[in-house]
Write a protein that binds this ligand. Structure first.
Ligand SMILES: *Cc1c(COP(=O)(O)O)cnc(C)c1O
Length: 438
């Protein structure tokens, strides 16, 4: 590329002025690295500055739901931007935020989750859930219950409180001794084995239902979620579900918890909430939690928490439009066929591959482990960064995704076609063949 080409100028500015998340910046800024500058999105496809097209294989870091630039969401955002882009949620309210809250509550059994508290993203939706749970305990005279039970390899976001619950050494070691008191368990059995003193000091248990995303798309055994709900009820422990990844159709149902007929006490939503267009988080709670914050006129029990952009009308109108699309396009009805297609394509690949050691799938979420010889016992040395190299090779074949270590992730938007799924799996297979030594 010519040095005075507009793209070269952008790349130079990016490499001298920006700092990217979760990114080793020495490598990013090196001369060899060609940053991908994306300019357009349409349906399941993204386009870069040079006109190359890529299937969005991880739904733009797990956010996109109905495809990029969906006309229904674009129109809603444009309409809202032209009338009111933002107003304070402290002391005033707005129509999109009201209607979205009602629409979200309507998606759950009557009189279960009844109140919606908005925030900005998954991390802050989780922060709200955690602080609400603690403050609930304090308001109900159970202040001794100030501990969270969390699972190994959990990921709940990057703000300090949310990160302190995390169980991924690479991400969470630096904040290990900061944040909330937590007790970590591996499984439901680990939880059931906890001594009574721990239970008695526990505010809530926190779980990514059905699938732990950042852990590498690790699946919980079927029945785990409903058994956990029963255990929580038995021990008066609140259940906080983090559906930041699993919400909005990704697992085959609108929410993952519906698959085991579970309703949590607190539910965190973000990522797909706005259809993957603008940042928005929401924490849904039961009336039992909410009513502990009512207090009296002389002794208000206020939740002193919020952000400047809480209840943002643009974001809420995008989220409302995204929810409407589920009905307009019968999105959920299309998912069983797509899920089956993904399963068949991955299975075909596994059968002829010498590198696929494990496949995990939940709805349209898939994690594919690659190893040297296709068995779990012989992984590539992490320094080879094989997962990243496979994804780079796949990019040249028109598929954009990002691995978690040597777990390849395939999680296309729900608007994807069967043909696109087959092509995406094929691109991953071809890229793996190219990159992995035999
Ligand atoms: C992405 C994610 C978060 C954090 O959401 P952000 O919007 O990135 O802050 C929290 N929990 C889970 C399960 C996630 O996948």
């Amino acid at each position: 590329m010519e040095p005075d080409h507009p793209a070269s100028q952008l790349v130079r500015l990016d490499k001298t002025r920006l700092w990217h998340p979760f990114t080793p910046m020495r490598e990013w800024c090196s001369d060899e690295h060609q940053p991908l500058i994306l300019t357009k999105g349409r349906g399941a496809w993204l386009e870069d500055l040079e006109g190359n097209r890529y299937l969005d294989g991880n739904s733009s870091i797990w956010t996109n739901v109905h495809g990029h630039s969906h006309p229904h969401i674009v129109a809603a955002i444009q309409r809202q931007a032209a009338s009111l882009a933002h107003c304070s949620f402290l002391g005033s309210t707005n129509e999109p935020a009201i209607r979205l809250a009602a629409a979200l509550v309507d998606r759950f059994p009557q009189d279960t989750l009844t109140r919606v508290f908005y925030s900005d993203d998954g991390s802050t939706a989780m922060e709200c859930a955690l602080r609400l749970a603690l403050q609930f305990r304090s308001h109900t005279g159970e202040g001794r219950r100030n501990r969270f039970l969390v699972f190994d390899q959990a990921y709940h976001g990057d703000t300090l409180g949310a990160a302190s619950l995390g169980g991924l050494p690479l991400f969470h070691e630096p904040v290990r001794d900061l944040g909330y008191p937590v007790t970590r368990v591996r499984s439901l059995a680990g939880l059931q084995a906890l001594p009574a003193e721990v239970l008695d000091s526990t505010a809530a248990v926190v779980l990514e239902p059905l699938v732990q995303g950042a852990a590498g798309m690790r699946l919980w055994p079927p029945g785990m979620l409903s058994a956990l709900r029963a255990w929580c009820d038995q021990h008066d422990v609140l259940l906080i579900l983090d559906e930041v990844l699993t919400g909005f159709g990704r697992t085959g149902t609108l929410f993952a918890c519906q698959q085991e007929n579970v309703v949590p006490d607190l539910l965190a939503l973000a990522k797909g909430l706005s259809g993957g267009t603008v940042p928005l988080g929401a924490t849904l709670v039961t009336e039992r939690i909410f009513s502990a914050f009512l207090g009296t006129a002389s002794a208000p029990l206020t939740f002193f928490y919020g952000h400047s952009y809480t209840g943002n009308p643009l974001a809420c109108s995008a989220a409302l439009a995204s929810l409407e699309i589920f009905d307009l396009e019968n999105t959920l009805d299309r998912l069983p066929r797509l899920t089956q297609c993904l399963q068949d394509s991955l299975e075909t690949w596994r059968q002829r591959s010498t590198h696929v050691s494990d496949l995990r799938q939940c709805g349209l979420i898939a994690g594919i482990d690659i190893t040297r010889d296709g068995s779990g016992g012989n992984p590539f040395p992490p320094a080879m960064r094989m997962g990243a190299r496979v994804c780079l090779a796949a990019r040249k074949l028109g598929l954009l995704t990002r691995p978690i270590g040597d777990t390849l992730v395939l999680m296309p938007p729900l608007c994807v076609t069967e043909r696109e799924i087959q092509d995406a799996v094929h691109a991953l297979e071809q890229a793996t063949q190219e990159v992995c030594p035999n």
